[in-house]
Design a protein around this ligand. Structure first.
Ligand code: BTN
Length: 250
């Protein structure tokens, strides 16, 4: 793998690094390990097709992985990335960064970052993966829309300090590369212990919305594959795709 700097394409203002990464793939211009970063995005996208506000001061990036790795190794991938990122960010601040399933990064109870994973496969092997990462590092809160400000924060706002985006980026890239190298040789991790330590909602009453139901119960853990385990009045449920909508501390 090339050094991180030579893999980076920087933009000042782009619609979305994620969309640009997909365009490069379509045009045959994408290479394994390519990283796209932009100072601002005019049309940043989040999970579930939501808008993602991307003013100056944030880390807005997409990494392209183009390797033939068995798809089964990617079970729980987005949770694994979320956990790894929370650890990276904690190296820069003295406040715990928590995770909210599946992969929101939480600082002092508010969302400080998010992850978008787009995977395309061929015959049970990875074809392309585009990992979008958005972190409100030095974003000033008044640059975010009102409705976002109610639920989101930035590292700068919570610590009253500017943080070195370039250093965060370097560490994040090396952690990501290690995860991909591990996956290539089939090293998967049991995420459950790490989850209990880092989950913002562990042992809380939560409401989770899935494609076809709403489940209320207590978050009691995570399976080794990254499924959320909720205990309800009729037993334990494992959820692989969904969104936590409400949290009421138990
Ligand atoms: C989420 O909804 O929590 C995921 C947010 C992911 C945002 C990042 S910012 C860089 C990349 N480009 C985008 O348009 N989205 C992702």
């Amino acid at each position: 793998m090339k050094t991180s700097r030579s893999r980076i394409t920087k933009f000042q203002d782009i619609e979305s690094t994620q969309k640009q990464a997909h365009l490069y793939i379509k045009e045959g211009k994408a290479t394994d390990g390519m990283i796209l970063i932009s100072e601002t995005q005019t049309g940043g996208i989040g999970r579930l097709d939501r808008d993602w506000s991307s003013p100056k001061g944030g880390l807005w990036m997409s990494i392209i992985t183009h390797r033939s790795i068995p798809l089964e190794f990617f079970q729980g991938f987005s949770v694994r990335i979320g956990l790894a990122l929370s650890k990276v960010l904690e190296e820069f601040i003295q406040i715990p960064i928590k995770v909210k399933w599946p992969n929101d990064l939480i600082l002092n109870g508010k969302k400080v970052g998010g992850i978008l994973v787009d995977i395309s496969s061929q015959d049970e092997f990875l074809h392309y993966l585009v990992l979008g990462i958005g972190i409100n590092v030095n974003v000033k809160l008044d640059c975010l829309p009102d409705e976002v400000r109610k639920i989101a924060t930035s590292i700068n706002c919570e610590t009253q300090k500017e943080h070195p985006i370039e250093k965060i980026l370097d560490l994040l890239i090396s952690v990501y590369d290690q995860i991909i190298d591990d996956l290539e040789i089939g090293v998967t991790l049991d995420l459950s212990d790490n989850w209990v330590k880092r989950s913002h909602t562990y042992n809380s009453n939560i409401t989770v919305k899935t494609a076809n139901q709403i489940i209320e119960g207590i978050e009691v853990g995570l399976t080794s594959n990254g499924e959320l385990i909720i205990k309800t009045t009729d037993g334990e449920h494992k959820i692989s795709i969904g969104e936590i909508e409400q949290i009421r501390k138990a």
